[in-house]
Design a protein around this ligand. Structure first.
Ligand code: SF4
Length: 174
């Protein structure tokens, strides 16, 4: 029941609270992704190697929260055992990727930056990780494997983290 029943705003049900979390999470993920793609997509497009790995893709299968995010946003469900979510044009998931997919930047990108810009990049890349630290028993949303845990997400903390993240995205960044 979302941490404590009292945390659900008046008139909301557990379902509407979860839907609200899914909406806000997906919206934030899209914004983070757009920011990274706009700035660094060109480097990745010309790179001969891929940072993606099936074992990372699998994190998105194992987390009941990320599964719900993908369902909510009608994402592809056909996980490929060899390539995971990776397709010819890159990742096939618009949302519901593991947070680490936004946190890793290769040496080519990192070494091209000033220390200050690297710090900004790390802050941007860690947004989806930070916002997900709201599961029950200290678990991250990515670590939730029991569907019952979805009702124990700390709604207040999530909304506060998401709001802070949105403001950070509006601020200076790479
Ligand atoms: S970006 Fe997509 S394809 Fe790449 S590791 Fe993450 S989930 Fe897998």
């Amino acid at each position: 029941m979302y941490g404590h029943a009292a945390q659900i705003p008046e008139g909301w049900t557990a379902v509407s609270a979860l839907n609200s979390i899914l909406e806000a999470y997906g919206d934030l993920e899209r914004r983070v992704q757009q920011r990274i793609t706009r700035r660094w997509g060109g480097v990745c497009a010309h790179c001969a190697t891929s940072c993606c790995r099936v074992d990372i893709c699998e994190e998105a299968l194992e987390s009941v929260f990320l599964c719900r995010v993908r369902e909510h946003f009608d994402q592809p469900g056909d996980f490929d055992p060899r390539f995971g979510w990776l397709g010819p044009g890159g990742c096939r998931l618009e949302v519901g990727r593991p947070p680490v997919c936004y946190a890793f930047f290769c040496d080519e990108i990192r070494n091209s930056l000033t220390p200050e810009a690297r710090e900004q990049l790390d802050r941007l890349g860690s947004i989806m990780d930070r916002v997900g630290r709201v599961g029950p028993r200290g678990l991250h949303l990515v670590e939730l494997t029991d569907p019952g845990d979805l009702e124990e997400i700390n709604l207040d903390r999530f909304l506060s983290y998401a709001d802070r993240a949105r403001r950070a995205l509006h601020g200076a960044g790479p």
